[in-house]
Design a protein around this ligand. Structure first.
Ligand SMILES: *Cc1c(COP(=O)(O)O)cnc(C)c1O
Length: 356
């Protein structure tokens, strides 16, 4: 079975070797206060920074999921008011959960067909009182990928910026210095079994956490940072997942090269699609530069899409269903580093026979 679901998705095949290795070398039984674990944490932080080009003064934390990271931002970083810009279901959910922590926060929905920066330039919404800006780089529900730029938020000069990059982190290079908090779950672009999230924070984010000064949550960022300084975690973490992320990151090339691969695969599919004059589906997002290269999203007739899922399953290919308000009239194709050129050729072969 070949899964193009945008998460959980196809797990990278090499992962099995790393799992077996983790059993053989005993890492799965290791105590999280031991030297072995501390070395693993330290090395994983180092290799992620090296391979993903993350600034050296940003810090990496292991959490349970992207959903948990939403809440960590809400309770450890937002002072009075966050501003949530969203154009899809994930950004909206984050804003929803944040409301329980920070009822004065503001929600700023915008169309999925415009760039965030363009929307901000043409809008008179006042977010100058917001101390935290919450953005979604990879809106997995509709396949939009935003360019994240600090200068778009210069109106709220003391604000920190937190970005959900759950379905792009590990597949494309992210502009780390343009935001203070970045997070993702491992079962999307990182091609690992589900069960862990990673949270990346700038010195400004930590400064904010100190200003807020809370330490009364088990997963408070300050508490996590205290542990990180000893290369430990605040709770017993998913050591196997940390190990797999470590090994996978050593194994994969630098993110710049991975990104080239990612763009090449999405181009192959786009070229294929462009060969058809009367096609039954097309990119949901009209503006090519606004499309997320890691989650290709297509709209089409509901019945046609239903039949398409049935036919692809017969061929052993799982396509991603639509999500949220696009549940029935879109389908999605994940383009993660675990998906090879050969996987995409197999997909194109299926579409060639089935029709598009
Ligand atoms: C999948 C996803 C999440 C939630 O991830 P979990 O691992 O279920 O916590 C959050 N945001 C985006 C953009 C996602 O794609």
């Amino acid at each position: 079975m070949l899964s193009f679901y945008p998460g959980p998705s196809k797990v990278h095949p090499i992962g099995l070797e790393f799992i077996q290795e983790a059993y053989r070398n005993g890492i799965v039984s290791v105590n999280h206060r031991s030297k072995t674990f501390e070395n693993l944490y330290q090395n994983t932080e180092a290799v992620l920074k090296e391979k993903w080009n993350i600034p050296s003064d940003y810090h990496i934390y292991f959490v349970s999921s992207a959903t948990e990271a939403w809440e960590i931002v809400s309770h450890s970083l937002v002072l009075e008011q966050s501003a949530h810009f969203f154009n899809g279901a994930f950004g909206e959910k984050w804003a929803f959960y944040n409301d329980f922590w920070n009822p004065n926060s503001i929600k700023i929905p915008f169309s999925e067909q415009v760039h965030l920066s363009e929307f901000i330039q043409n809008s008179d919404i006042d977010f100058s009182n917001s101390d935290t800006i919450c953005l979604v780089q990879s809106e997995t529900s509709n396949g939009t990928g935003q360019t994240i730029r600090r200068k778009d938020f210069s109106k709220s000069s003391n604000a920190i910026i937190a970005v959900d990059a759950t379905s792009s982190m590990g597949g494309i290079e992210l502009p780390w210095i343009e935001a203070d908090v970045w997070f993702a779950s491992v079962q999307k672009c990182m091609g690992l079994p589900a069960g862990m999230g990673i949270l990346i924070c700038s010195p400004m984010a930590l400064e904010r956490a100190h200003k807020k000064g809370r330490k009364n949550k088990y997963n408070d960022l300050l508490f996590m940072e205290e542990n990180r300084q000893k290369h430990q975690t605040h709770l017993t973490p998913n050591v196997l997942s940390i190990y797999l992320l470590n090994q996978m990151t050593h194994y994969l090339p630098n993110i710049k090269n991975t990104e080239i691969e990612t763009l090449a695969k999405s181009q192959v599919f786009e070229d294929f699609l462009n060969n058809f004059d009367n096609k039954s589906c097309d990119f949901l997002i009209k503006e090519p530069l606004l499309r997320l290269p890691t989650v290709l999203t297509f709209s089409g007739n509901e019945t046609w899409i239903k039949e398409l899922h049935k036919a692809s399953e017969k061929e052993g290919i799982t396509l991603g269903k639509g999500y949220g308000k696009f549940k029935n009239n879109t389908f999605r194709i994940a383009n993660f580093p675990s998906h090879t050129q050969e996987d995409f050729h197999q997909l194109i072969q299926f579409f060639t026979h089935y029709g598009i």
